[in-house]
Design a protein around this ligand. Sequence first.
Ligand code: AMP
Ligand code: ZN
Length: 469
Amino acid sequence: MKLFNTLSRRKEEFVPLEEGKVRMYVCGPTVYNLIHIGNARPMIIFDTVRRYMEYKGYEVNFVSNFTDVDDKIIKKAIEEGVSADEISNRYIEECKKDMAGMNVKPATTHPQATQEIDGMIEMIQTLIDKGYAYVVEDGTVYFRVKKFSEYGKLSHKNLDDLQSGFRALQVSGEDQKEDPMDFVLWKPKKEGEPYWKSPWCDGRPGWHIECSVMSKKYLGEEIDIHAGGEDLIFPHHENEIAQSECCNGKTFARYWMHNGFLNIDNKKMSKSLGNFRTVREISKQYDLQVLRFFMLNAHYRSPLNFSADLMEASKNALERIVEAAGRLKDRKAAAAVQELQGNEEALLKETQSYVAKFEEAMDDDFNTADALAAIFELVKFANTNVTENSSYAFADGLLSILLKLCDVLGLIVDKKEEILDKEIEDLIAERQAARKAKNFARADEIRDELLGKGIILKDTREGVKWKRA
Ligand code: AMP
Ligand code: ZN
């Protein structure tokens, strides 16, 4: 399995630190609003990376944080006249709902910055003790960038260029810094903001330190993969490397993966342009599986443009897989022959070539677009080779391969037939009427139909009771 490592700018063979295990950290969202479809891209992509690794037999320890202390959260809390905690807890819950809708598995651990302040204070103190950080008069703690000679290795930036850039950008109030490149580890509280006690001042952590601390606590000092959107390469991930490697004296992460940006109608998606779309809005219009398909149909490192046309095309394409799965299910139900017959065994063996194509695509830096192409070849094969004479075992064999590959991509194509309470009750009433009229055949038919939809009927003295299986 090869993956593109931002650190070396090359595709590299994946070799885990510990055989059979993957330790992976993905920077999660800042929770002050419903997540937008840009935030959804790393969620879907890295969930797919995780699923593929699990399919390959790895045990994946997957950690993804919620940034729950931040200027934007505080601003929103002030606007609404509620606490910052109320805002972040609300949007963490909403984010989890959207994740479930997109079939993104919950992380092994979802740490929250505000729960890990002690660890942050400890790491900052170590950095100060080792000479990598310093405290200025008002209690702000800065990281001393120049002391870390490898600074810039992830973003491939040259320290001299960086320094002149930073000098031009220097904002007032930052003149306490020894060097314009230095970044904040801890900052003093402002009126009305949440704060914590620390040896330097009452205040709160800078953004970068949280990921270094949570990654160390839940995954250890050295991890396999650290991931996020490409906007995080600099400065966030560069700063995480500086903090972690200076504190621990070890390589922080071996592989750095970054997804490309999601644009909208060929423009950058931003609040100020008003072209901002939340996952929740999309869910009103489409099944979120369509959004997932749309994301996976492009390479994760390429920029991706969100448009109504592409979403419609994704919807239709996904429908083709769902229909094929439905046809295979129908064939199973209607098959007269149970065992494989004729050339079915040979045909089933042929499908291994599609599985091989799928794996080859995924092994090549998670080329999900080519993996989907392999799934469509399998769909075509099933549509061509399954006839009304096919056996149960043949339809079942094809269906299980199709469902397995789709599951690796997190695509749900096995639609359970939804039945509403009202429809159930209407059918029960019709069954009662049929019984009264001594039309037992129709009554049994209705019972079987309901059973097929997972509804179990029970005749009791008080009448018919039902439950979902
Ligand atoms: P944030 O809440 O801004 O910290 O972002 C959370 C995650 O979403 C990070 O990994 C970002 O890189 C990613 N992200 C934000 N906007 C986009 C976008 N338009 N396209 C792709 N990824 C994005
Ligand atoms: Zn992070």
